[in-house]
Design a protein around this ligand. Structure first.
Ligand SMILES: [Zn+2]
Length: 143
């Protein structure tokens, strides 16, 4: 059962869905497949969306879509603001959080979605929109 669960979407279908989502958001992103612990990671400044080819890092279709949409939203933020501004404001929010939590300087990493508005925005966006993409891809027999 676990094996089947981990292999719930084939590589080609995943790539097709990622491409459709990126195209819809009109972001210029290069997709790179590598072994990382999170399923997807947007590399600020490089315009690269890293996708994990490690097995077992995504639980299910919902998890897959939420992760891709969350990272895509970071690409949208970077496109809107310019990646340097996004980086600067992101760092400012980290500093603010650290000023309020001086005994736990790295704590923002555990509480990203509370500490950093760009993270809570990306997550809210993903949570709000994954179902719509799920239905679209279901109709296309991609999931
Ligand atoms: Zn994020």
């Amino acid at each position: 059962m676990m094996m089947i669960l981990n292999e719930f979407i084939k590589e080609a279908e995943k790539n097709q869905m990622i491409a459709a989502i990126l195209k819809d958001h009109n972001v210029r992103v290069r997709v790179v497949h590598k072994s990382i612990k999170d399923y997807a990671y947007y590399v600020l400044g490089k315009g690269v969306l890293e996708i994990s080819n490690k097995k077992g890092v995504i639980k299910d279709e919902k998890d897959f879509l939420i992760t891709v949409l969350h990272e895509t939203w970071h690409a949208v933020q970077a496109t809107k603001m310019g990646w340097r501004n996004l980086r600067d404001e992101y760092e400012m929010e980290i500093s603010k959080w650290q000023a309020n939590n001086p005994k736990d300087m790295r704590g923002w990493m555990r509480n990203k979605r509370e500490a950093i508005s760009f993270e809570s925005d990306a997550e809210k966006y993903a949570q709000k929109n994954w179902k719509q993409w799920y239905n679209t891809f279901k109709k296309q027999n991609l999931i």
